[in-house]
Ligand binder design. Structure first.
Ligand code: SAM
Length: 204
């Protein structure tokens, strides 16, 4: 980053960022209101976070990403569009869960998590039985877990993990009804011949 951009990044992260680690957060204190709070883990370039923030100003969104350019893009948009319903965690989404109290989220979204395609890499995949349980802990009753991937065996593994979580009910939904934009990442998959699977579950 050029020095001026770097300075803006640091200042805006100070303004709109949440630390990855620390004490549990009170959403009403973070956002200054009572609202439905959505966690979007691994937002990439930020399309899904910004789309939801613009379409649903009454909803508050915490986007989490480890990749600097994506975080910078979202911070730029928060500032330029005056979005007040987005906070950014520049860090690890799974570690951040320690700051999220049980039954406080309206939704958790993990859209196109890194595929780790080789069998010896599968243990690195973000969505598995233990993480699905951790996401579910944080959902209010009726809150949703939205997962998407265009990697066939990952979709099947996600489904096994979510179907195996007794507090969840749901399954695959049609892409046309999945509430998310077409991202650069999904577009690349389509160009390479892949099709996305969306899985939508609700906490009983
Ligand atoms: C394949 S991209 C998908 C991005 C976006 N969700 C989309 O649908 O276009 C996956 C993203 O997850 C991020 N990521 C991977 N592990 C993460 C973690 N532990 N915490 C937060 N972000 C993570 C990566 O940096 C990457 O940007």
């Amino acid at each position: 980053m050029a020095p001026a951009r770097q300075d803006r990044f640091v200042a805006w992260l100070e303004r709109w960022g949440l630390e990855e680690s620390g004490p549990p957060l009170e959403w009403a204190a973070v956002f200054g209101r009572r609202s439905d709070v959505v966690l979007d883990i691994g937002f990439g370039h930020g399309e899904s976070v910004l789309d939801l923030a613009r379409r649903q100003p009454a909803v508050d969104i915490v986007g989490i990403e480890v990749h600097t350019p994506g975080v910078a893009t979202v911070l730029d948009a928060i500032e330029s569009d005056g979005l007040r319903n987005v906070r950014v965690v520049f860090g690890d989404g799974l570690r951040f869960l320690d700051r999220v109290s049980a039954e406080t989220l309206a939704s958790v979204r993990v859209l196109f998590p890194d595929p780790w395609p080789k069998p010896r890499q599968h243990h690195r995949r973000m969505v598995a039985a233990d993480t699905v349980a951790a996401f579910t802990d944080r959902l209010c009753v009726g809150g949703t877990l939205h997962l998407a991937t265009d990697i066939t065996d990952y979709a099947a593994a996600m489904r096994v993990a979510a179907d195996g979580e007794p507090r969840l009910t749901g399954g695959p939904v049609d892409r046309s009804t999945a509430d998310r934009p077409l991202t650069r990442f999904e577009q690349r998959g389509i160009a390479e011949g892949r099709t996305a699977t969306d899985l939508l579950y609700a906490r009983r």
